[in-house]
Design a binder for this molecule. Structure first.
Ligand code: SF4
Length: 330
């Protein structure tokens, strides 16, 4: 019997090599949740199709992301890690759930409006149905908890409403309403010091970057703009380098920077050098493990296929109940 507290589901789009923002915002939490919960982590390649202009990199992006997850400490012997499209039951449930989803509810969602704004040339049917596919992802595995940051709460609420509509419409209790597992998602700013760290903005630092590349990216980080000369006192509170020190440096180092920056006792060059050194030390075991895994990509695909097979077993059991509840012929 499992001693875990419940089942967690989370999905992430295959964006290839992960960066510090992905790590601090999701991966670190994925790893920690495994200690207390039965976890199911899905690489949602079908969701990615809604906005991709080309699928040429899709398979490689799945592999790169899986490499980062596994190297970071996701344990596939206990956690199910898989690719969404390897469990076709999700598309079947998506279709069924779409029958209990009012069209206007989807077009009214702020996330849909935002996506239309970002991809005006490609407003496809899949984009509109994105939240329904998400609801299918979560409910197919009867996940009790979905770890999300505050801005993602409406997505889980949408799933809960969809479950209620389905269960009411077909007079059943087959689908389970998931609960939000509120997660602290730090806003990680990119090396430009302005915008959220993102691959598309090229302001990111990859987890798997070499020490030299990491140092180069840290050196390029924008600091307190008032600090023009080495002798100018700085303000660490508005400096992104200092924010990162708080995440990757020791409390003593953080305190030292906090004090010395304000009285120009430390220069930005040395401050960044220290941060780069700490980042490289922190990710050294991760990078070593990643290199070992990357040397045998077939092993990673095996992990994903094994995960999909375990996920399919849960998914099919749910679909047997769903089909019966709906009244589909056997
Ligand atoms: S010394 Fe460090 S914290 Fe202060 S402005 Fe320079 S980089 Fe930022």
């Amino acid at each position: 019997m499992s001693l875990k507290k419940g089942r967690v589901f989370s999905g992430a789009r295959p964006t290839g090599r992960q960066h510090l923002g992905n790590y601090l915002g999701a991966i670190q939490n994925y790893v920690a949740l495994q200690d207390e919960y039965e976890c199911i982590y899905c690489i949602v390649d079908l969701h990615a199709l809604t906005t991709l202009e080309t699928t040429l990199d899709l398979t490689n992006n799945v592999l790169e992301m899986a490499l980062d997850w596994l190297a970071a400490g996701i344990r596939p012997e206990e956690t199910i890690v898989f690719v969404q499209s390897h469990v076709p039951q999700v598309t079947e449930l998506h279709t069924i759930l779409s029958m209990v989803t009012p069209f206007g509810k989807l077009t009214d969602l702020p996330t849909f409006k935002e996506k239309v704004r970002m991809h005006p040339q490609n407003v496809n049917y899949g984009l509109l149905g994105y939240p329904v596919l998400q609801a299918a992802d979560i409910t197919l595995y009867k996940a009790g908890l979905v770890p999300v940051g505050i801005d993602q709460v409406p997505h889980v609420e949408f799933t809960r409403e969809t479950v209620r509509s389905f269960n009411y419409r077909f007079n059943t209790g087959v689908l389970v309403e998931p609960q939000v597992k509120m997660t602290e998602v730090p806003k990680v700013i990119g090396v430009d010091g302005q915008q959220k760290m993102s691959k598309s903005l090229n302001n990111h630092i990859e987890l798997a970057a070499t020490p030299e590349e990491t140092t180069r990216r840290v050196k390029s980080m924008v600091t307190d703009p008032q600090r023009m000369r080495r002798s100018d006192p700085g303000n660490p509170d508005i400096c992104n380098v200092f924010s990162m020190h708080k995440m990757f440096s020791t409390p003593a180092e953080v305190e030292m920077v906090n004090v010395e920056c304000r009285r120009a006792g430390i220069g930005c060059v040395d401050c960044k050098k220290m941060l780069a050194g700490n980042l490289n030390a922190y990710f050294e075991p991760f990078r070593q493990r990643r290199l070992e895994l990357a040397a045998q990509p077939s092993g990673v695909w095996e992990v994903l296929h094994d995960g999909a097979s375990r996920a399919r077993a849960i998914a099919e059991a749910t679909m047997v109940e769903v089909r019966a509840a709906v009244g589909l012929p056997r």
